[in-house]
Design a protein around this ligand. Structure first.
Ligand code: NAP
Ligand code: MG
Length: 480
C-alpha cells in the first residue's frame, strides 16, 4: 500500500536574498570595474533569485592583491592557534545559521532541503571544525617541522555541492595559513556570497577570503594570474585538463578533483535490502550530481533479477518534486544545460540498444526535471557505461566471477570511487586492493568525513582533500 504525503514545505522567510550582489574583495562588497551582471535562478521553478556580478580580469587582479597583502601583513603573522580561533568562529556561525544556508542552497541549486539540512551544511561546518583543530598542530602532522603555506590560493568550485565544496577548499587553506580568492559556479553563487557575510561576522581579517562570482572566463583569469601560488579546482575533467596545461609552465602548485564513473559492485552474498538502499543512495542522492556517484552497477548475474525487482520497487517510492518540501527525495536538475546533457546521454543509451526503466512519476511543469532511471542491457562500450552522466541515471552491467567484476570496474578512464557489497570481509579486502579508485566504500556508499582523504586516480584528478593528506596540498614541500 502506498501512503500519500501531505506537503511539508520549508519556509523561505529565513533567507534574505538581495536583488543584486557585488564582489567580496578585501573584506567588503564592492562593485566590479566594468563587469556586467548575470542572473541566478531557482532551477525548480525558473524564477530569478538575484543578479550577481561577472568579475573581470581587473577584479581578479584587485582580489589577488588584497589576498597577497592580507597574507603578508596579517595572516602569516598569526600563530596557528590564532588562525584556529577564526575557523572555530566560522564553524559555529555556520551551525547557528544552518537553516538559512540550507534553504538558500536548496533554492539556488535545486537539491532537496532534506539533503542540504542533513548533509551539505552540517558537513560544511564539520570541515571548519576539523581544520580549526589542525591549525595549531601542523608541526605534528608528519609534514616536517614548521611547514609553510603557499601564500595566495585560487579556488574554483562546481555547482553540485556549492557550500560543501567551498568548505572543502577554504577550511584547509586558512588552517594552513594561506589566503584565498574563490570563484563559485555560475549557477550557484548565493551561498558563497552568504559565506562572505559570515567572514565579516567572524571578524576575519580583511582580504583573507575574497569571493568573486563569474563564469569560466573569471575562473581562467584566476588560474592565469601571476600572483596566485596555488590552484585548487573541483569540476569537470575537461576544464581540469585546460587548467593543468595553463599551470604547467608556471611554478603554481595544483590540485584537481575531477569527474568519475564509480562502480558499485554487488556480490551474490550481499545483504540484499541494505544493498538496495546503498544503490539508491549511490546514484539518486543529490539528483546523481555527484562526482563519486555509484553510476555503474556491477551485479553478479545469479542475483540480478531479484535485485532489479527490489530496486524497481524501492525506486517507485522516490518522491520527485519541490526541493523545499521536506518529503522530497529527488529535487530539480541544476540547470537547463545539465538537463540537456543527461537527456542526450540517455538517448545515446536507447540508440545503442540498452533498455531504459523509470518508475511512474509526475514531474512539475516548470523547472528542470529528470526521473530516477536505470538502463539494463548495457555493454562496456556504450557511452552510458563510459561517460559521466552526472544525473539520476544508473547503468546496470552483470558479471559472473569476482575477477570479472574487478576487471570491469577498472575498465574506465576515471578512478574516483567504488563500492563493494558482500558478506565476506576477505572479499572486501581482496576487492579493495585491486580496485583503482581513490575512495572505496564497503557495504555503504557516499559516506563523507572531514578526517578521511578524498580524491581520484587517472582522469579523476590529482591530490587529496580532507584528512592529513589534504593538509599537505596547502603546504610547501614534497610529501608524497
Ligand atoms: P566545470 O564546468 O568544470 O566547472 C567547474 C568550475 O570551473 C565552475 O566554477 C566553472 O565556472 C569553472 N570554469 C569553467 N571553465 C573554466 C576555465 N576555462 N578555467 C577556469 N575555471 C573554469 O564543472 P561543472 O559542470 O560545474 O561540475 C561538474 C563536474 O565536477 C563533474 O564532472 C563532477 O564529477 C565534478 N566534480 C568533482 C568533484 C571531486 O571532488 N572530484 C566534486 C564535485 C564535482 P562556470 O560555473 O561559470 O562554468
Ligand atoms: Mg541557481
Amino acid at each position: 500500500m502506498k501512503f500519500e504525503y501531505a506537503p511539508a514545505p520549508e519556509s523561505t522567510a529565513i533567507v534574505n536574498i538581495q536583488s543584486e550582489y557585488n564582489l567580496f574583495i578585501d573584506g567588503k562588497f564592492v562593485p566590479s570595474k566594468g563587469g556586467k551582471r548575470f542572473e541566478t535562478i531557482n532551477p525548480a521553478n525558473e524564477k530569478v533569485l538575484s543578479r550577481v556580478t561577472q568579475a573581470t580580469a581587473s577584479d581578479v587582479d584587485k582580489a589577488v592583491k588584497a589576498a597577497s597583502e592580507a597574507y603578508r601583513k596579517t595572516w602569516s603573522k598569526l600563530t596557528g592557534a590564532q588562525r584556529g580561533k577564526y575557523l572555530f568562529r566560522i564553524a559555529r556561525i555556520l551551525q547557528e545559521r544552518a537553516r538559512e544556508f540550507a534553504v538558500l542552497e536548496s533554492m539556488d541549486n535545486g537539491k532537496p532541503i532534506r539533503e542540504t539540512r542533513d548533509t551539505d551544511i552540517p558537513l560544511a561546518a564539520a570541515h571548519f571544525f576539523y581544520h580549526a583543530g589542525w591549525a595549531d598542530k601542523l608541526d605534528y602532522a608528519g609534514l616536517g617541522k614548521n611547514p609553510k603555506p603557499h601564500g595566495v590560493v585560487g579556488q574554483i568550485i562546481p555547482w553540485n555541492f556549492p557550500m560543501l565544496m567551498l568548505a572543502w577548499k577554504v577550511a584547509p587553506a586558512l588552517a594552513t595559513g594561506n589566503t584565498v580568492v574563490l570563484k563559485p559556479a555560475e549557477t550557484t553563487p548565493l551561498t558563497a556570497l552568504l559565506f562572505a557575510e559570515v567572514c565579516q561576522q567572524a571578524d576575519l581579517p580583511k582580504g583573507v577570503v575574497n569571493i568573486l562570482t563569474g563564469d569560466g572566463a573569471t575562473g581562467a583569469a584566476i588560474v592565469n594570474h601571476p600572483g596566485i601560488n596555488k590552484i585548487a579546482f573541483t569540476g569537470s575533467t575537461e576544464v581540469g585538463k585546460i587548467i593543468a596545461k595553463s599551470v604547467a609552465s608556471s611554478k603554481k602548485a595544483l590540485t584537481l578533483e575531477l569527474g568519475g564513473k564509480g562502480a558499485n559492485i554487488i556480490f551474490e552474498d550481499a545483504p540484499i535490502d541494505e544493498t538496495v538502499e546503498g544503490i539508491i543512495n549511490g546514484i539518486y542522492f543529490n539528483q546523481g550530481h555527484v562526482c563519486c556517484a555509484g553510476s555503474r552497477l556491477l551485479v553478479q548475474e545469479n542475483i540480478k533479477e531479484e535485485l532489479l525487482e527490489k530496486l524497481k520497487r524501492r525506486m517507485s517510492m522516490i518522491r520527485v518534486g519541490d526541493p523545499l518540501d521536506k518529503n522530497t527525495d529527488l529535487g530539480a536538475i541544476n540547470s537547463q544545460a545539465q538537463l540537456m546533457k543527461i537527456r542526450e546521454l540517455s538517448e545515446s543509451g536507447d540508440a545503442e540498444g540498452a533498455e531504459r526503466w523509470s518508475p511512474q512519476c509526475e514531474l512539475p511543469e516548470k523547472g528542470f526535471w529528470f526521473p530516477p532511471t536505470f538502463f539494463t542491457g548495457v555493454s562496456q562500450a556504450h557511452r552510458i557505461a563510459r561517460e559521466e552522466i552526472f544525473g539520476p541515471v544508473l547503468s546496470v552491467i552483470s558479471f559472473r566471477t569476482p575477477s570479472e567484476a574487478i576487471e570491469k570496474a577498472n575498465n574506465t578512464p576515471f578512478g574516483l570511487s567504488a563500492g563493494i557489497w558482500t558478506d565476506k570481509g576477505s572479499r572486501i579486502l581482496w576487492s579493495a586492493q585491486q580496485l583503482k579508485a581513490g575512495v572505496i566504500w564497503a557495504n555503504t556508499f557516499n559516506k563523507f568525513d572531514p578526517a578521511s582523504p578524498f580524491g581520484g586516480y587517472k582522469e579523476s584528478g590529482w591530490g587529496r582533500e580532507g584528512g592529513r593528506h589534504g593538509l599537505s596540498a596547502y603546504l610547501k614541500g614534497d610529501f608524497s
